[in-house]
Design a protein around this ligand. Structure first.
Ligand SMILES: [Zn+2]
Length: 476
């Protein structure tokens, strides 16, 4: 039974999909005005692991992640500047070019990090008509109003406002700073459509003004379009956006459809650098691209999986080099299994010494408890220790090697570590074949041939070591 921590109720709940066997999942994507940093990497890799665990459990996942290419302002009021437009002015290029450039950058990072492509990547600039239509319907239902060419959502019309972030409207009102914006009836109201100032670059016609959509409306419109206007299963995102972004999404969607937007809100936590949140504003961020210059992508994935997605993570050289060591440990183990399985004759059907069903169960148990990846990983390190010990004691049978590898392959369908890349010591099949041919020659007392093959291996950078258990290949 899968338990997921639901931010909406602040507790773990049993996950029951709306449609048996299927999961609809919407994840708030990045605003594409700069390269993604490790804070984003953490979020999207965590969501990828969650998605892959759902697939591992047999669900068909429809996974939507947007790219925000318009409407995300430099601060959360309606007075800020569009982040993409700001960059476009600075670089003296078209805002859409800025977005296209950083979408490509993000795609490269995601691919490098082995993140499975989403089913769809909607973008608000392609949804202007639908956003206008959605806004119009909210006005007709009495949840929104036009004022001075802009359209605002009337927060007091939606009594459930604050349910996700746990903020009460009275408290919010008390804390609200005096808005410069006099067009709003209530300072808590937020923009669905914003009338453009003359210098604004990206703008469209609407029934109210030449303007552009607010940031929050895109996720309501695109999730309704791609997952339907009925409740969907999981809404993912970074917990820093719970308020106001996600809160406003809920208000817009639920006001319009009279249905709960999503059953589960699964929000990841931030990455800290020396006790402070990694982010654009503090300038203390490391881009995914820079991190990839130093670390293998699977090291970064393992570093991310080593923390629970709801815990704050610390970015430090130390934590990444620990991840590197752990990945090497796994790599070495899996490589050893592969080599052994090529060497050994698997027809020996002696019963295995290790109960892999136990490990399989424990893995599922860890992941089914709100995707506890650190626990699942520690189980793998335990298994490696146990396996190595039994191997030294000569207690393993070929089936243990076979089972270990198939267990690993299953587990890795969730983690997606690319061990080929991490294994500098990986021994290619060609080398193993040469070593086996040499062993054969030796057994047949064809020592000249055996020596030739040993020299050949040496040329290729491998040394053969003969032990009483057979040969061992070492890379020079
Ligand atoms: Zn969103």
């Amino acid at each position: 039974m899968l338990q997921i921590y639901n931010k909406l109720t602040n507790q773990k709940e049993e996950f029951i999909p709306i449609n048996p066997g299927k999961v609809g999942m919407y994840v708030c994507g990045p605003t594409v005005y700069d390269h993604c940093h490790l804070g984003h990497g953490r979020g999207y890799v965590s969501m990828d692991i969650i998605r892959k665990y759902l697939e591992y459990s047999g669900y068909e996942v429809r996974y939507i992640m947007n790219y925000t290419d318009v409407g995300h302002l430099t601060d959360n009021s309606e007075d800020g500047e569009d982040k993409i437009q700001k960059k476009a002015k600075k670089e003296k290029i078209d805002p859409l070019e800025v977005a296209a450039y950083y979408i490509r950058s993000c795609e490269e990072d995601f691919q490098a990090l082995n993140i499975k492509p989403a089913t769809f990547y909607p973008r608000p600039t392609k949804y202007i008509d639908k956003m206008i239509d959605f806004t119009q319907r909210l006005i007709e239902k009495g949840f929104a109003y036009e004022s001075e060419g802009s359209v605002y959502f009337s927060v007091e019309k939606f009594p459930a406002y604050g349910q996700l972030s746990g903020r009460k409207t009275e408290e919010l009102s008390a804390g609200a700073r005096v808005e410069v914006n006099t067009a709003k009836k209530n300072p808590l109201d937020f923009a669905l459509w914003i009338k453009a100032r003359p210098e604004h670059l990206l703008k469209w016609n609407s029934p109210w003004s030449v303007g552009y959509p607010g940031w929050h409306i895109e996720c309501s419109v695109m999730s309704c379009d791609l997952l339907g206007e009925n409740t969907f299963d999981i809404h993912g995102g970074g917990n820093e956006n719970a308020f106001p972004h996600n809160e406003n999404e809920i208000a817009q969607s639920e006001a319009l459809t009279d249905q709960k937007m999503a059953n589960f809100w699964v929000l990841w936590n931030m990455v800290n650098v020396e006790g402070k949140k990694m982010g654009k504003s503090l300038g203390n961020f490391t881009t995914i691209k820079d991190a990839l210059k130093k670390y293998n992508p699977s090291v970064i994935r393992l570093w991310i999986a080593s923390s629970h997605y709801r815990s704050v993570m610390d970015y430090s050289e130390k934590s990444l080099s620990q991840a590197q060591k752990n990945l090497e440990k796994i790599s070495k183990f899996v490589n050893h299994l592969e080599v052994k399985l090529t060497e050994n004759n698997i027809s020996n059907e002696n019963p295995p010494a290790i109960d892999f069903d136990y490990y399989q169960e424990k893995f599922t148990e860890a992941m089914a408890d709100d995707f506890n990846t650190p626990l699942a990983l520690s189980l793998i390190y335990d298994l490696i220790g146990h396996f190595n010990k039994l191997e030294t004691e000569n207690k393993l049978t070929p089936l243990d090697f076979k089972n270990a590898l198939s267990f690993w392959n299953k587990v890795n369908s969730v983690f997606s570590f690319d061990l080929q890349m991490s294994q500098e010591r990986k021994i290619p099949a060609e080398i193993i074949k040469l070593a086996q041919a040499r062993e054969e020659a030796r057994k047949n007392k064809n020592f000249r041939e055996a020596d030739n093959l040993r020299d050949k291996l040496k040329e290729k950078g491998y040394e053969i070591e003969d032990t009483d258990k057979g040969f061992k290949i070492n890379k020079n």
